[in-house]
Design a protein around this ligand. Structure first.
Ligand code: ATP
Length: 247
């Protein structure tokens, strides 16, 4: 492992997915200003797995939401490939999000009255060149459970359905905010395996926020947040398989 700049890139990759400069985010609530991001520069390469670590309130989710087009920075510039996200009209930002980004959150947000397959179809029905919903469920190891409802699945299985739903539209990027936060180690590892598989087989760029430092070992690079800034970037020369991680 060695430390590098936030702008360092994985060698042998296929070019920048995201590049950002001077990103600041100030939330104003009444008289109070919260400086959630205080000048973040970043470059994420296409096909990287990047883990975002840092104390609560250090700005990780704020950055992920800005990258995903769910929020906008107060200042600074952000590009996805050659698309300038900052300053983009809302309708274009929505299209960017729909076409390029798959989100996975701590809680799976599946529709309880729909089967696993139907939950995935909600996305594939409106995507341009989606995977078959059953293929997406196969990819996360749940082909056999396609006709089960969320209540008939464990937490880890529900999260894998959420991963299938996110990857079924073949997004270039998966943004994961505490994807294993509600899961025990063995179950969480299976979810991480599905993210690693999407990265390896589909070339998806994967960003993972976690409080679990053990997960950092599967990342190509780890961004350490502190007080609204990226305080340190650590590059992993030898990443490990999710199966070797436990917590
Ligand atoms: N919508 C909002 N309005 C006001 N303040 C906000 C808003 N969203 C986030 N913040 C504040 O911005 C700061 C950064 O929050 P953020 O959620 O990005 O941190 P985080 O590193 O993801 O934390 P955690 O690990 O607890 O999720 C915090 O002080 C938070 O309270």
């Amino acid at each position: 492992m060695h430390e590098g700049s936030a702008l360092a890139m994985k060698t042998g990759g296929t070019g920048a997915a995201f590049s950002g400069k001077g990103l600041r985010k100030i939330y104003v609530t009444g008289e109070t200003e919260v400086h959630a991001l205080r000048g973040v520069d970043l470059a994420i390469e296409a096909g990287e797995i990047v883990v975002l670590l840092g104390p609560s309130g250090s700005g990780k989710s704020t950055l992920l939401n800005i990258i995903g087009g769910l929020d906008r920075p107060t200042e600074g510039e952000l590009f996805y490939r050659d698309l300038r996200l900052t300053g983009m009209p809302e309708s274009e930002l929505t299209r960017y999000r729909r076409e390029n980004i798959g989100f996975i959150f701590q809680f799976y947000n599946l529709i309880p009255s729909l089967t696993a397959e139907e939950n995935v179809r909600l996305v594939t029905d409106i995507a341009d060149e989606p995977m078959d919903a059953l293929d997406a469920l196969e990819l996360v190891g749940l082909g056999e459970r396609a006709q089960h409802y969320p209540a008939q699945l464990s937490g880890g299985e529900q999260q894998r359905v959420a991963v299938a739903r996110a990857i079924a539209k073949r997004p270039g990027v998966l943004l994961c905010d505490e994807p294993t936060g509600a899961l025990d180690s063995a179950t969480g590892v299976r979810v991480l395996e599905t993210l690693e598989r999407a990265n390896r087989e589909l070339g998806t760029t994967v960003l993972i926020i976690t409080h679990n430092a053990g997960i950092a070992a599967m990342a190509d690079r780890v961004l350490h947040f502190l007080d609204g800034q990226i305080a340190r970037v650590v590059e992993n020369e030898n990443t490990i398989e999710p199966g070797e991680i436990s917590w």
